[in-house]
Design a protein around this ligand. Structure first.
Ligand SMILES: *Cc1c(COP(=O)(O)O)cnc(C)c1O
Length: 452
């Protein structure tokens, strides 16, 4: 295993915004009620002004504030590894690299955006931030960031995960956050769902509605989203910008860049700095997004405007979606159960710049265990989807008898997911393929909006 470490002086000081380099204009977020393009004033009750500006920005490079750079240094730059031992285990001529985001205090890539989001809130005098969390990674990241700036954090955690992963909320509480299983009785959105379905396992869409409603009801409170929106993707480009420099140290360049996609932020963050080279005509890199078969947004969803949440309180985003009312099967990759994806990533997928693959959890865990036994690191079920895609590419290279440089995103560790590993090792993990009727039913509920 070879490790490529950037020196601090080579650490990026700006984020990369892909919006001006897209092959065609991105459709704007829309106001959830009027369906007109959302204005900065529409978003102000929810997000700090600096974040709104980034959300709407067409500037290619955006400065990382000095205090954020300083906090990034707690765990950044993150290492890029060459997975020689996995290559040997697969007997492949391919060179496999992974960018290791599990070094952050919360254990995933999510603090890359949690820290700047809470920073901008603190600068603008916000006292409390609300959010949703699925598996608990985003809630942990925001709780960690809240503790750095002395800002209160309220987390609505999808109930199924709250029960499956009790130590995730212990972690958030250790950083000082308050955590409620969602649907909760604290909001109208939560009470409505509970009245209809008292045993609802919850969903990210429901938890977002609760967090948004809570923020809108309090003047000193804003909402923070962990994925999908442009500003989140922007902050995550620190991953790919570092990786690009690390490939210079390795004197190599990826032929294919692979990542797992929940809302699309860690993958876009890794991929977009390389995608810039492709869009400029300098490289012919392939891009592969890996998602769960149980929540197949890119492979089977529809590209249209949809709400980010069940109650329709958040701005409409133009994205590939399986419907905001979608309640996913209880797969262990809780961070990949969002019903939509980042609009920028969806546009690039629609234009053929990004391919998508859907995988079942047993094949994904098979690779995660092989990886743990060859490279040592135990990865999150989410990241294991990216690994599954990387192994498929490595085996295809072997089949074709050709060298190929593969980069995949190791988005987080699996130390809070050992229950899932237990189930897999005991042969008790179930595969869920999402039935077409469920997609059709969830899509039937979407708003109709002309986009031409
Ligand atoms: C949240 C999460 C994801 C999925 O979110 P994206 O926005 O698609 O990156 C992937 N991996 C891990 C470890 C996560 O915590």
């Amino acid at each position: 295993m070879k490790k490529y470490v950037l020196s601090e002086k080579d650490t990026p000081t700006q984020w990369y915004n892909i919006v001006p380099d897209l092959p065609r204009p991105l459709l704007p977020p829309l106001h959830p009620v009027t369906h007109e393009p959302a204005t900065a004033a529409d978003l102000e009750p929810l997000l700090p002004r600096a974040v709104i500006e980034q959300e709407m920005s067409a500037e290619r490079w955006i400065d990382i504030p000095e205090p954020v750079q300083e906090l990034y240094r707690i765990w950044r730059p993150s290492p890029l590894y060459r997975a020689n031992r996995l290559e040997k285990a697969l007997d492949t001529p391919a060179r496999i690299y992974f960018k290791y985001e599990a070094v952050s205090p919360a254990g995933s890539h999510k603090p890359n955006t949690a820290v700047p989001q809470v920073y901008y809130n603190s600068v603008e005098g916000v006292k409390r931030v609300t959010t949703e969390t699925g598996a608990g990674q985003w809630g942990s990241a925001l709780s960690f960031a809240g503790s750095l700036f002395g800002i209160d954090v309220t987390v609505y955690m999808v109930k199924a995960s709250f029960q499956q992963k009790p130590h995730r909320h212990s972690l958030m509480e250790t950083w000082g956050a308050e955590v409620f299983p969602s649907p909760s009785t604290r909001t109208q959105a939560g009470r409505k769902i509970l009245a209809e379905e008292p045993d609802s396992p919850g969903s990210l869409g429901i938890a977002i509605s609760e967090a948004v409603e809570d923020a809108l009801a309090h003047d000193d409170t804003k909402f923070a989203l962990g994925s999908a929106m442009n500003h989140v993707v922007l902050h995550q480009t620190i991953i790919g910008l570092e990786a690009r420099k690390q490939f210079e140290l390795a004197e190599d360049y990826p032929d294919v860049v692979i990542g797992c996609v929940g809302g699309g932020s860690n993958y876009s963050g890794l991929a977009f700095p390389f995608m810039a080279d492709k869009l400029a005509g300098h490289r012919d890199t392939r891009f592969i997004a890996a998602e769960p078969a149980a929540c197949p947004t890119l492979t089977r969803g529809k590209l249209t405007y949809d709400y980010p949440d069940v109650a329709g309180l958040g701005p409409l985003l133009h994205m590939r979606t399986v419907g905001h009312g979608f309640i996913p099967a209880p797969i262990h990759a809780g961070g990949l159960r969002f019903h939509g994806d980042a609009p920028t990533l969806c546009l690039l997928h629609d234009d053929g710049h990004v391919e998508a693959r859907a995988y079942n959890q047993n094949e994904v865990f098979t690779e995660a265990v092989r990886f743990a036994r060859s490279e040592g690191f135990v990865m999150a079920p989410e990241s294991s989807h990216a690994l599954r895609g990387a192994v498929a590419e490595a085996l295809a290279a072997k089949e074709a008898g050709e060298a190929r440089t593969i980069l995949f995103g190791f988005s987080g560790h699996g130390h809070f997911d050992m229950g899932a590993y237990d189930a897999f090792l005991a042969g008790k993990l179930e595969d869920y393929e999402l039935p077409q009727e469920e997609i059709d039913a969830a899509l039937a509920d979407l708003p109709t909006i002309a986009t031409t």
